[in-house]
Design a protein around this ligand. Structure first.
Ligand code: SF4
Length: 429
C-alpha cells in the first residue's frame, strides 16, 4: 500500500513539473513515505531524517518532507523534533503535496503540517500513478479499516473504511492492461469489506468477478483478507475464474482463541481453521500465507503452543511474524506489556524455525511439478531470472533478459525454504 501511495505522489509531482532523481545529494526535495505499524519502523523514520541533517545544512534550500502513517501519527511533533523539516502530510492529504510544495517555494511558510483526517470521504482518484513496473500494478479498491484490532494502529492513522466506485477501479485496470500490464494486485486493508459506493453496490466477490473477466488481464491477486470476512462467495469466484491466482493471505495473528479474543480479532481458532478447511477442500490447491504476532500481552506459554500447532496444522507457504510492540492510541497500548523482550525473541525464533521446516517440506513437494511463471527480473546469478508462480512462489531459472515481463512454462527441479529452482520447458508469451 505504501509503495502504491509513493507511486501516486510521484505521479502527481511529475505532473506538477518535478522530475525524479536517484541522488538525494542533489535533490530539490526529499520526501519520505512512512509506516508506523511496528515501533521499529516508526523509529527508523526519525533515524533517516536525522541522517539528512548534514545535507540540509549544506543545502538549506532543499525541501524535506514526510508523508504516510508516521506523519499522520506524529503531526506537529515531527516539526519540533526534526531540524529543517518542511512538510508533514498525513494519510488522507498526500494528494495536496504539490500545492503545499508551491506554498513552501513561494515562501508563504517555512513548514506545513497537514494531517486532516475527515476532509476526504472517498478515496482520492489519481490518473497518473507513476508505476515502476511496466507489467505488474497495484490498484487500490478500498482504504482504511473499521476493525480496531487491539494492537493495530491502522484505523487510527488511516481512518474508517472507504471503498472506491467499481467503475473507477475497472476503468483503471482497463487502462493498465491497454498499456501492457498483465498482473494486478488489488489492495485494501480488508478487501472483503469492499462495498461499491455507487447504486450497483457490488460486494468484493462481485467486483472480483468483473475484474477477472476483463480481457487482457492475465493474473489477478488481492490482499488483505480478514479471516472473519473471507467466505464461500469469494472462493467460488476464485474457482470459477482462472485469472485469479490460487493464493490467499489470511492473517491468523495467533492460534489461541483467548489471545484472539484479547486482540479483538472477532474469530476463534476453530473458526479460522474452518475457513482453512474450506479452502483445502476446494478442487484446486491454494497457497496460504499468514501474519503472526508473538508476545501479545497475556500470551501464556500454552497460548504460544497453540500458535505453533496452528502452524503445523495449516502448513502455510509463507508467514510474516513479529514481536508485539505497543502502538500509540491502540487499546492494547494501555495494557501491561507482560512478556519480557527476551521471551518474545525466543518465541519468535521458535515460530520462525518451525515455519522454515514447514516451508522446506512444502517447497520440496513442488519438485517435478510444472508451473507457468511471470518473469519479474534478473536473479542473483549470471543469466538467472527471478519469477513467480500463480501461487506466489519465487522461482529461479536460467534464461535471457528478454523474457522479463513474459509468462514462461517451467518444471521445478530444486527447492529451498524460500525459493524454487526450475528449468524452462516452453516459452509461451
Ligand atoms: S483488520 Fe488489519 S488493518 Fe484492520 S485493525 Fe485489524 S490488523 Fe489493523
Amino acid at each position: 500500500m505504501n509503495v502504491l501511495d509513493s507511486e501516486k505522489v510521484a505521479g502527481l509531482l511529475v505532473n506538477a513539473g518535478w522530475t525524479l532523481t536517484a541522488a538525494p545529494d542533489s535533490a530539490d526535495l526529499v520526501l519520505y513515505n512512512t509506516c508506523s505499524v511496528r515501533e521499529k519502523a516508526a523509529c527508523r523514520v526519525y533515524a533517516h531524517l536525522g541522517q539528512m541533517r548534514g545535507l540540509k545544512r549544506r543545502r538549506p534550500e532543499m525541501l524535506l518532507g514526510v508523508m504516510g502513517c508516521v506523519a499522520q501519527q506524529e503531526g506537529e511533533e515531527m516539526i519540533r523534533q526534526v531540524d529543517g523539516l518542511n512538510l508533514v502530510v498525513g494519510t488522507r492529504r498526500w494528494h495536496l503535496i504539490p500545492q503545499h510544495l508551491d506554498r513552501l517555494l513561494d515562501g508563504e511558510a517555512a513548514a506545513i503540517v497537514d494531517v486532516e483526517m475527515d476532509a476526504e470521504p472517498v478515496p482520492v482518484e489519481v490518473d497518473n500513478v507513476l508505476r515502476a513496473n511496466p507489467f505488474r500494478a497495484f490498484v487500490t479498491i478500498m482504504e482504511g479499516c473499521d476493525n480496531y484490532c487491539a494492537y493495530c494502529v491502522v484505523p487510527h492513522v488511516r481512518g474508517r473504511e472507504r471503498s472506491r466506485p467499481a467503475a473507477a477501479i475497472l476503468g483503471e485496470i482497463r487502462n493498465l492492461t491497454a498499456r501492457g500490464v498483465v498482473e494486478v494486485m488489488l489492495l485494501g486493508q480488508n478487501v472483503n469489506s469492499y462495498r461499491d459506493p455507487s447504486p450497483r453496490g457490488l460486494t468484493f466477490a462481485g467486483l472480483l468477478d468483473e475484474i477477472a473477466g476483463l480481457p487482457d488481464l492475465r493474473r489477478l491477486r488481492f490482499t488483505t483478507s480478514h479471516p472473519k470476512d473471507f467466505d464461500r462467495d469469494v472462493l467460488d469466484v476464485m474457482l470459477a475464474r482462472p485469472t485469479i491466482c490460487r493464493q490467499l493471505h489470511l492473517p491468523a495473528q495467533s492460534g489461541s482463541s483467548a489471545v484472539l479474543q484479547a486482540m479483538n480479532r472477532k474469530y476463534t481458532r476453530a473458526e479460522y481453521l474452518a475457513k482453512v478447511d474450506m479452502i483445502r477442500a476446494a478442487p484446486e490447491e491454494f497457497s496460504l500465507s499468514s501474519d503472526f504476532i508473538v508476545g501479545f500481552p497475556g500470551e501464556s506459554a500454552a497460548d504460544f503452543e497453540e500458535t505453533l500447532s496452528l502452524l503445523e496444522y495449516v502448513g502455510f507457504d509463507s508467514i510474516f511474524s513479529f514481536m508485539y510492540s505497543p502502538r500509540p492510541n491502540t487499546a492494547a497500548a494501555g495494557w501491561a506489556d507482560t512478556i519480557p523482550v527476551t521471551e518474545k525473541r525466543e518465541r519468535l525464533m521458535t515460530l520462525q524455525a518451525l515455519q522454515e521446516r514447514i516451508q522446506r517440506a512444502t517447497n520440496r513437494r513442488e519438485i517435478g511439478r510444472e508451473h507457468r511463471v511471470l518473469v519479474d527480473g534478473r536473479g542473483r546469478e549470471p543469466d538467472q531470472l527471478a519469477s513467480r508462480t500463480d501461487t506466489n512462489k519465487i522461482v529461479h531459472f536460467h534464461g535471457p533478459s528478454n523474457l522479463i515481463g513474459c509468462f514462461v512454462d517451467v518444471r521445478i527441479t530444486g527447492a529451498s525454504s524460500h525459493t524454487l529452482q526450475a528449468e524452462r520447458i516452453d516459452h509461451r508469451s
